[in-house]
Design a protein around this ligand. Structure first.
Ligand code: NAG
Ligand code: NAG
Length: 288
């Protein structure tokens, strides 16, 4: 039982270290904040000043990204004076990456000296009171792939990153959420700011009507195909986490509805509300 596929695909501490050292050698930026840009939200990285960008394929041991709408580079720079690093394009489990590869960058961030992780995503709204274009602060998550044995922390635990059984009841930093709410108010976007529970499914197929109804019953407010693995690994290695979901479509829960989820709609909506979300994130960053 020892040599399961998840064990053999574990990345070693030395690999993460090699990647981090390579990056530190190739840039003088020393970010304290890392941002993971979700579907259609890669524009955040374009806002950085004094940018240095590394295509994923140039970075030792880095996986490479394949989905349309994901650029695939690591961008270092300053956002309103604050040094940060952006993942422009993330790795998804549904692309066929091993769950450890999906979260690879997070431990590299830790070794770069990053202390806080901001994760963004595009998600489907399950809560009836949510509207398309709302921004949801993630308060908590439901890790569906985890229920099925897909947790990035499975396998040998390296104590240099964190403990064997990390706590997750405080996964989404309360102070950072309060800061986000205050900032949203100042910017006049509190009218479309929500706070709720994000549920991750593996994808790539969207949810059936029965599945949406089930998730609603479980207390999920939004559903998507990312974020949770990164958050688990970030918390394990002691990063503070802020999560933001852009609600790009409403989950279909009615058999008489003719609506259908599609990726183009997701990208179109994100374009529309992207400005607000970018403004919010860059303002939050100056205050962290
Ligand atoms: C801009 O980035 C370069 C390369 O990383 C660095 O050498 C330089 O000091 C930076 N300039 C400013 C004003 O931050
Ligand atoms: C939906 O969101 C509203 C507003 O955030 C919240 O008050 C409510 O409890 C949520 N509904 C469910 C069923 O969780």
């Amino acid at each position: 039982m020892e040599a399961t596929s998840s064990h053999s695909s574990l990345c070693s501490y030395e690999q993460y270290k090699e990647t981090a050292d390579w990056l530190l050698k190739h840039t003088s930026h020393r970010p304290k904040v890392a941002i993971v840009c979700g579907s259609g939200l890669g524009g955040l990285a374009d806002l950085l000043d004094n940018k240095t960008a590394f295509p994923y394929e140039d970075i030792p041991h880095f996986p490479t990204s394949t989905v349309t709408g994901h650029a695939g580079q690591l961008v270092f720079g300053r956002l309103q004076g604050q040094e940060c690093v952006c993942m422009q394009g993330r790795f998804h489990f549904y692309e066929g990456y091993n769950i450890h590869k999906v979260t690879y960058p997070v431990r590299v961030f830790r070794l770069l000296g990053v202390e806080a992780l901001i994760v963004t995503n595009a998600a489907g709204g399950l809560n009836d009171s949510y509207k398309v274009g709302d921004i949801m602060l993630i308060k908590d998550h439901i890790n569906m792939p985890g229920f099925a044995g897909q947790n990035p922390l499975c396998g040998h635990n390296d104590e240099r990153f964190g403990v064997r059984f990390p706590c997750m009841s405080d996964a989404y930093d309360r102070e950072m959420r309060e800061l986000a709410k205050k900032t949203a108010k100042e910017q006049g976007c509190d009218s479309f700011l929500q706070e709720g529970v994000y549920c991750m499914l593996a994808g790539p197929s969207y949810e059936t009507i029965a599945e949406c109804r089930l998730l609603q019953m479980l207390g999920a407010d939004a559903v998507g195909m990312s974020t949770v693995p990164e958050v688990l690994v970030a918390r394990h290695c002691g990063l503070r986490v802020l999560g933001l979901s852009l609600i790009t479509n409403k989950a279909v829960t009615d058999y008489d509805s003719s609506e259908k989820a599609n990726h183009e709609e997701v990208l179109k909506t994100t374009k529309h509300r992207t400005q607000d979300l970018q403004k919010l994130v860059s303002e939050i960053i100056t205050k962290i």
